[in-house]
Write a new protein. Structure first.
Length: 202
């Protein structure tokens, strides 16, 4: 998968755009700016947005090309971000460190999800907030009808129940499956079905 993402991000254009994820843009201003972890951050649009809002940003992704573009975008906006090259299965994260986590359209195989999300939650402080959005299992039909992107294997997609299970030990402030219209560059565009969640670690 590293090769896949390096090839995708090697394009001159920002393939998912330079504006932040819409759900992230709506939710982040509700929190006091402190420290935030952004896993699987790609080309850095969410990291740069958070930094412009005064957050101390730690991002990571497996793609070197994604990191290059993220740092270039940060420079364009005159902000600093920390961006590590790491894999979600092996990344070393500090315990009880971050005040928030933002995770968007990062789709993991069902057998890996619990392990990966447990690592993320371990790095979050008590009362820390998770802002989370993924494609729902209904997205297969939306891909066929609208070409709006996302994994084509149903096992990589989520139900609201799947997401609730991932965040055991958290209070769910918002959990919904809904239809939205994506406008995030070439690969996320059109009507789509997503699961959105805001959770607070106990």
């Amino acid at each position: 998968m590293k090769t896949f993402w390096d090839e995708r991000y090697s394009q001159k254009e920002y393939v998912y755009g330079t504006e932040p994820n819409e759900f992230f843009r709506d939710q982040l201003p509700l929190l006091e700016p402190k420290s935030i972890l952004l896993p699987a951050e790609g080309e850095g649009r969410n990291a740069v947005y958070a930094a412009t809002r005064g957050w101390n940003v730690h991002a990571f992704d497996q793609s070197i090309e994604g990191r290059k573009k993220a740092l270039a975008l940060a420079a364009m906006h005159n902000v600093n971000i920390t961006y590590e090259i790491a894999d979600v299965l092996t990344v070393q994260l500090p315990h009880n460190h971050f005040d928030a986590i933002g995770l968007f359209f990062a789709h993991f195989h069902a057998q890996q999800r619990e392990q990966i999300h447990a690592r993320f939650l371990s790095s979050l402080r008590s009362n820390g907030t998770i802002i989370f959005e993924v494609f729902s299992t209904k997205q297969i039909e939306y891909q066929q009808q609208y070409g709006s992107g996302g994994p084509q294997q149903k096992e990589l997609l989520y139900t609201a129940g799947d997401v609730e299970t991932l965040f055991v030990g958290c209070d769910l402030l918002l959990l919904e499956e809904k239809e939205i219209v994506l406008n995030e560059g070439e690969f996320h565009n059109g009507k789509a079905s997503v699961v959105r969640c805001v959770a607070r670690k106990r």
